[in-house]
Structure formats: C-alpha cells, structure tokens
Design a protein around this ligand. Structure first.
Ligand code: CMP
Length: 132
C-alpha cells in the first residue's frame, strides 16, 4: 500500500470537474484518506512548487495556483504514486493520451487541471505543505 497526493487545480474546480476527477480515482480502487478544498496562500504555493523556482514559468505557475480554490486529496492504494501519474497523463496535455485525465479534459500546459506527486519525496513535502 502506498499513498499519494493530487490537487485539482483552480481551472479544474472552476470547470466543475472535481466530481469527475475524484470519481476516477475511487472507481480505480483507491481509498480517499484526506480531502479538502483550500485556496493556497502565495507562500504555500511558492513552497509547494519550490522545485521549479528557477524555471521561467514559476511566477506564472504560482499566480495561477493562488487564483482560486483547489481541492487536494491524499489517496491510498497499490502503487499509488505511479498509477496516479499514469492516470493523470503527460504534463503537456497535447502529449497526454486519451483515457488519461489531462488527455480527456485539458488542452493547455499551464491550465492542466490536476497535479499529482511524482515521488515519495514529493508526496512527503507536498502533503506537509497542504495538510500540515
Ligand atoms: P504540474 O504537474 O502541476 O507540475 C508543474 C507545473 O508547471 C505543471 O504541472 C504545469 O502546469 C506548469 N507548467 C507551466 N509551464 C510549463 C512548462 N513549460 N513546462 C512544464 N510545466 C509547466
């Protein structure tokens, strides 16, 4: 059993895709351990994405993540980190295959509706930023 974290980003919440996205993980067999709606503070978003702080899109990414409420969840199941990343699809929605969340529901790299932890280390850090 493994845990991971996903966040339905502000565009996903605004587009009313929370139910659709959570449902995919529930149907796959994951258990929801924690889930909450929150609006990131700037400091929280900067810390959450600190791994990208040297990248040219960092400022835009932080501004986007604080632009509205998000829904964050910790889910649990076999190979949760890898399976969730596979279900989410490629970062660039135009590279994401149909059947993945981004491949079915997103078209833009900066508004790609969902984030998921990419490793145990990321999960530990990100879940602490969101859930304390
Ligand atoms: P996410 O999986 O949340 O991880 C970092 C985010 O940065 C990524 O999804 C994208 O939404 C965002 N981003 C914006 N521009 C780029 C880019 N050029 N390359 C990678 N990620 C980008």
């Amino acid at each position: 059993m493994e845990r991971t974290l996903f966040i339905v980003k502000p565009d996903g919440v605004a587009r009313k895709l929370v139910g659709e996205i959570v449902s995919r993980f529930e149907k796959r067999g994951f258990a929801i351990i924690q889930m909450k709606m929150l609006t990131f503070s700037r400091a929280q978003a900067e810390e959450f994405y600190s791994v990208h702080k040297e990248r040219p899109f960092y400022g835009e990414l932080v501004n986007f993540m604080i632009s509205g409420p998000v829904v964050a969840a910790i889910i649990e199941g076999t190979n949760a980190i890898g399976t969730t990343r596979m279900m989410v699809g490629a970062t660039k929605p135009s590279d994401a295959t149909s059947g993945t969340i981004r491949g079915d529901l997103a078209i833009d790299i900066s508004s790609n509706i969902i984030h998921a932890s990419d490793s145990q280390e990321s999960f530990d850090k990100e879940s602490k930023v969101v859930f304390g």
